[in-house]
Design a binder for this molecule. Sequence first.
Ligand SMILES: C[S@@+](CC[C@H](N)C(=O)[O-])C[C@H]1O[C@@H](n2cnc3c(N)ncnc32)[C@H](O)[C@@H]1O
Length: 464
Amino acid sequence: MKEVLMKFQEISDKLTQFINRYNYLTEDRSANVLFLLTCIVLKYLADNQRIDFEAHRKDIKKHFTLDYILGLWQGAPLRSAFWEQEQIDPQPIGDEIWGWVCELTTASPSLAGENPGLIGSLYEASLLINHKKNHGIFYTPENIAAYMASDVLRSFQPGHDQQDFRILDPACGSGSLLNAVYDEIVAQSGALSPAEKEAQHRQLLDTCLLGVDRDPIACLVTRLILTLKGSQYVKPRGVFCGDILTEEIVTAQSVDVVIGNPPYVGHKEIQAEYMKLLKNRYAEVYRDKGDLSYCFIYRGWELLKPAGQLIHITSRYFIEAFYGKPLRAFIRKAFAIQEIVDFNGLRVIEGVGVDPAIIRLAKKNRIDEGQTILVKRFFIKNHKPESYPQLIQSLEQNNQQSDIYESFELLQARLNDDSWRLYSPATQGIIEKIEKKTPFALDNVRPLSLNRLIRHFVPLIRSC
Ligand SMILES: C[S@@+](CC[C@H](N)C(=O)[O-])C[C@H]1O[C@@H](n2cnc3c(N)ncnc32)[C@H](O)[C@@H]1O
């Protein structure tokens, strides 16, 4: 892990130096990013011996495009463009820049054997911080993506022979979650022959993995990552550029799993016209000062097949926020809530200014009275960012006795739309005792934080 991070840093530094030196060559940011992506793909293919760089040096310099390089990998020119966006013909590469490309391609660090998901992190590093904040663009870190993929797929166990299994990331960014889903499906399939592996890769890219994003370059990155996971060139057919909330890109009730990290964007950041449109379209869940991410849960429900599952990492505010009430009511009615991981204020995604939670839901017409939710709720402690990977790993171990989080089951029927109280039966008992002795409900106390109140009251109650 440490080695990969060092490599990532080294390559990221090289790209930054390049941008700083040559950015004046074109004002077009996407052309610059496309150029750098082409360089990384070339290096990835050369380092992994899928193309012979030395043998094709001169031709690559003459035709420095993604399509040309991927065509070399395929052994024949591509029949259809890899990326459907309109592309301006690239300028011929001058000797100085070509020297830089050759140095990047041939010098260390090598990308041999690396997960191509690394390209997504390089793309994220190229985004400006203000742009990321304004648009809620923070990609899911590898370990959280891996947890979510294994958590949701465990209940499906899709083998490579399940032809119509479809998984969608409705706002796929640069493919972090789809990359993890791919790895999880491969891991679950066990040992396969090379021919079976190739067939599985083809099926995953042809029909199984779907992604949508408004950012065309993020879509390109997702496609590249998925393509580079195979030993033979296969074009991914399921990644589309567009607005999942307002366009009919994916057929309703056609996917088995929705996996996502929807943008968390408050009402102040959304353009008035767009917000009006969404408030009409998603009136059941998105009102007043609700959050854009609420629409994604509703949209996910529309796109899921009956009994399909949705897993999101999102802000935990919807659990208690006043404006989250319509969403909570909708979730309770339309889904059997399977699991909630409440990080309880721990900001496990670097740079993100909201408190995350993971929620896993199964689409149901009727919710059983006895439907229980598995809650994993982190204890409030001063964890340091260095320990986050370990914390995430502890989730995978399903350790009931963890001293990092408490894990308990809760009846869905006990949730109240006004606010979801995710407390263990013991804590809930204590809260009820407190409330019996006071003229108000603790949820109505100003957010002095229920947790702090409990910390104060528990010793008192215990001594009663
Ligand atoms: C928080 S990022 C998550 C990306 C990716 N799913 C991940 O986990 O790394 C949110 C993504 O949503 C995309 N997005 C925002 N609004 C969208 C919409 N209406 N339709 C599709 N994508 C959207 C942004 O471009 C951004 O890439």
